[in-house]
Design a protein around this ligand. Structure first.
Ligand SMILES: [Zn+2]
Length: 281
C-alpha cells in the first residue's frame, strides 16, 4: 500500500544549464534532471518505489512538464524506480540494448541488492515493484532527444562498468552513470576492466576542461578526476595481470598482500582480479 510506504526524499542540487542532481540516500546514487520547455529528462530512477516516490516529489517541485526516463545501465539502484515513474504516466524509457537485455534476464537477481533499502522491491511485493524494461533502445552513435528549446544527447562509448553503459550530455554537464565513481571504488561486478580503461581514455577526449561531470555515485567531478580514475585503472590492470599470471590455471588464489596492492579495497579488488582473468586477452 503506497500510503504506508515512506518516500525517501533526495538532496537536490541545481547545476545550472537547466540541470539538477538529486542524491538518493541509499547508495548516494545521483539521479539527473534536465528540463526543457516541453519535456524533462530523468536520468536513473533509484532503488525502488521509496526512492522513486521521493524523486518524483522533488522533481515535481521543479517542473510540471511531462517526463521521460533514461537509464544509464541496468543495475538495480539505477532502474528499480522505473515502475513508479511508469505509474505516474511516464511512457518513454531509454537504455542501451545490453542494459535492456540484462534487466530482462537478470532483473530479478538484481533485487537482492536493495533488500535493506527497499524491502518491497527486494521481495517483488507491493505496488510499483514490477520490472519496467525500457523500450527505446539507444544504439550506435547515440541519439539526441529534444526537450523543447534544448536537447540532451544519450550515447555509449562501448563496454565498461557494464556491457552497455549510457552517458547523457546537456551542454557542459555530463552524466556518466557508474562509469565514473566518486567517494568509493568503481564497481567491477559486471565490468570488463580492459574495455573500461580504454573507455575512460575516450571519455577524457570527450570531456572539456570545464565540463561538470556527474558520476553515478558521489559528488560532481571534472575531467581531471576522470584522468586519475583512468590512470589508476591502467596501473591496477598492469599490477593485477602479474598476480593473475602467477596463479595456477583454474584457481583463484589472490593473497591478502596482493589485494592490498590494488587501489579498490579488498572486496572490489578481488572482484577486479576475477573479472581481469575472465577478460584476459
Ligand atoms: Zn552500476
Amino acid at each position: 500500500m503506497e500510503h504506508l510506504m515512506q518516500p525517501s526524499i533526495p538532496v537536490v542540487e541545481e547545476l545550472g544549464q537547466r540541470c539538477w542532481r538529486l542524491v538518493n540516500h541509499g547508495f548516494s546514487m545521483n539521479t539527473g534532471l534536465v528540463v526543457g520547455t516541453e519535456r524533462a529528462a530523468v536520468i536513473d530512477t533509484g532503488s525502488g518505489p521509496r526512492e522513486a516516490a521521493g524523486l518524483y516529489r522533488a522533481i515535481r517541485g521543479i517542473t510540471d512538464l511531462p517526463l521521460l526516463v533514461i537509464n544509464t545501465h541496468a543495475h538495480g539502484d539505477h532502474v528499480f524506480g522505473n515502475a513508479y515513474f511508469a505509474a505516474r504516466g511516464v511512457e518513454d524509457f531509454y537504455a542501451s540494448a545490453e542494459a535492456t537485455e540484462h534487466l530482462r534476464v537478470h532483473g530479478h537477481a538484481e533485487r537482492e541488492l536493495v533488500r535493506f533499502l527497499e524491502p518491497e522491491m527486494a521481495l517483488g511485493q507491493g505496488e510499483f515493484t514490477n520490472l519496467v524494461v525500457p523500450q527505446e533502445i539507444v544504439s550506435g552513435a547515440g541519439i539526441t532527444i529534444d526537450l523543447g528549446n534544448l536537447s540532451v544527447e544519450a550515447f555509449g562509448l562501448g563496454p565498461g562498468h557494464t556491457p552497455g553503459d549510457l552517458l547523457v550530455r546537456r551542454g557542459r554537464v555530463l552524466f556518466t552513470g557508474d562509469l565514473v565513481e566518486q567517494g568509493g571504488p568503481p564497481n567491477f561486478e559486471d565490468a570488463d576492466p580492459y574495455r573500461w580503461a580504454e573507455l575512460l581514455g575516450r571519455l577524457e577526449q570527450e570531456c572539456a576542461e570545464d565540463d561538470m561531470v556527474v558520476p553515478g555515485h558521489g559528488n560532481v567531478v571534472d575531467r581531471d578526476f576522470i584522468c586519475r580514475q583512468h590512470r589508476e585503472m591502467r596501473a591496477a590492470i598492469a599490477c593485477g595481470q602479474g598476480f593473475v599470471d602467477s596463479w595456477p590455471s583454474g584457481s583463484f588464489d589472490a593473497t591478502a598482500d596482493q589485494l592490498g596492492q590494488l587501489p579498490y579495497g579488498a572486496e572490489q579488488s578481488a572482484i577486479f582480479l576475477q573479472r581481469l582473468r575472465q577478460g584476459m586477452p
